[in-house]
Design a protein around this ligand. Structure first.
Ligand code: AHR
Length: 323
C-alpha cells in the first residue's frame, strides 16, 4: 500500500497537472473512463481534473457518464474493450457485481484502474486502486466530534452515501469506530441521502421532524459535503442555526463547505482530493515503461479542516478546480 499526497492545491490547477516527462510518456494512449455520474460537487471536480490531466499528458480519454447506474458502467467497459483501448479507469458506483466484466477486461489484456471507490472481489482483476482510506475518513470525522463535544450528551443523525458503495460502507464503519466507547455519543438516526444535496436536505427534514424539530439533535454527520450543504439548508428552514444549534461534520472539502464555514454554518470536513487521475496515470506509465506492477492500493491523504484553517483561503484555492 502506498500513501501519497496528490493535493498540491496551493499551486492551483497547475499543481495538479504534471511534468513534460509525464506528458510524453502517455502520448497517444487511448484510455476509457467510466465515471459514475455527477451526483456531487466532488464528482464534478474529479471529472474535470481527470480530463485536464489526460489532455496534459496527451491521453485520448474516452469518457462515459453512467448516470449513477452500474449497468451503464458495465456497458461502457464492454464498449471500451470492444474498441481495444490501452487501459480503463472505473469509479465503481457500488462495491459488488464487477467480476464478470473485469474478467473480460483481463482476458483482453487491458489493465483496469479503480478510481476513488473500491470493489469486493479478486484483487487480480485490477492493476491498482487509487482512493482514500475511507474508514480513516469516517474515523477522522468521528474523532473530531468526540473531541469537540467532550462529556456532553450528543445525539447524532447520519446521512449515508449511496447504498452499497464503498465510501458509504467504510465511512460509516470508521465513524462508528471513533465514537465507540464514548457512551455520551450515539447515532439516533441514519439514512441514505445518496451523496446528493437534494436528498441530503430531504432526509434531514425528516430527521428534524422526527426529533422534536431538531431539539433532540446535537450533530449531523454526512458522508459527503453536498449532503451536508443540503442538511444545512434544512436546519435553517427549521429555524435553527447549523454550526451551533446542530454541529455539521462531513467529508470532501469542496468549496461550498468552506463557504458554509465562513458563514459559521459548518464545523469540520475531511479532504478528499479530486486528483485520482494523476496517480492512476503515473501507475500506468510506470507499468508500461518497466512492466512492474504498481502497489495494489494507492492511498490519498485525509486531512481534517475546521473554521480554524482559513476557510476563505481554502475556498479561494479550490474554486477554479471544476467543483
Ligand atoms: O467516492 C467518493 C465520493 O463520491 C465522494 O465523497 C462523494 O462526494 C462522491 O459522490
Amino acid at each position: 500500500m502506498k500513501v501519497i499526497n496528490t493535493l498540491a492545491l496551493g499551486a492551483g490547477l497547475a499543481g495538479l497537472l504534471l511534468s513534460t516527462a509525464h506528458a510524453e510518456g502517455l502520448q497517444g494512449k487511448v484510455i476509457g473512463f467510466s465515471q459514475i455520474g455527477s451526483e456531487s460537487g466532488w464528482r464534478a471536480a474529479e471529472t474535470s481534473v481527470t480530463k485536464q490531466v489526460a489532455a496534459e499528458r496527451g491521453v485520448d480519454l474516452k469518457f462515459a457518464d453512467a448516470q449513477q447506474k452500474q449497468e451503464n458502467q458495465i456497458k461502457a467497459i464492454r464498449g471500451f474493450i470492444a474498441q481495444g483501448v490501452d487501459a480503463i479507469l472505473v469509479a465503481p458506483v457500488v462495491a459488488t457485481g464487477w467480476e464478470e466484466v473485469l474478467t473480460e477486461a483481463k482476458e483482453a489484456n487491458i489493465p483496469v484502474v479503480l478510481l476513488d471507490r473500491g470493489i469486493e472481489g479478486p484483487e487480480d482483476l485490477y492493476l491498482t486502486s487509487v482512493a482514500s482510506d475511507q474508514v480513516k475518513e469516517g474515523r477522522v470525522a468521528g474523532e473530531w466530534l468526540v473531541g469537540t463535544v467532550g462529556d456532553q450528551t450528543c445525539n447524532i443523525v447520519e446521512l449515508q452515501g449511496t447504498v452499497g458503495s464503498s465510501p458509504a460502507i467504510n465511512r460509516k464503519q470508521g465513524f462508528e469506530e471513533a465514537i465507540a466507547g464514548h457512551a455520551n455519543l450515539s447515532i439516533i438516526r441514519s439514512q441514505t441521502g445518496d451523496f446528493t444535496r437534494s436528498k441530503g436536505k430531504e432526509v434531514m427534514e425528516g430527521f428534524l421532524k422526527a426529533e422534536g424539530g431538531g431539539a433532540n439533535i446535537c450533530a449531523v454527520y454526512a458522508h459527503n459535503d453536498d449532503m451536508a450543504v443540503g442538511a444545512i439548508q434544512a436546519i435553517k428552514d427549521a429555524g435553527l442555526k447549523p454550526g451551533s444549534d446542530i454541529l455539521v461534520v462531513s467529508i470532501d472539502a469542496v468549496p461550498d463547505i468552506f463557504s458554509a464555514m465562513v458563514a459559521g454554518e459548518a464545523n469540520a470536513t475531511v479532504e478528499l482530493t479530486p486528483n485520482m487521475a494523476g496517480p492512476a496515470f503515473d501507475a500506468l506509465q510506470a507499468y508500461w515503461d518497466t512492466g512492474a506492477e504498481p502497489e495494489k492500493f494507492i492511498i490519498t491523504e485525509s486531512k481534517l479542516y475546521t473554521p480554524a484553517d482559513d476557510p476563505q483561503g481554502e475556498y479561494d484555492r479550490r474554486k477554479g478546480l471544476g467543483y
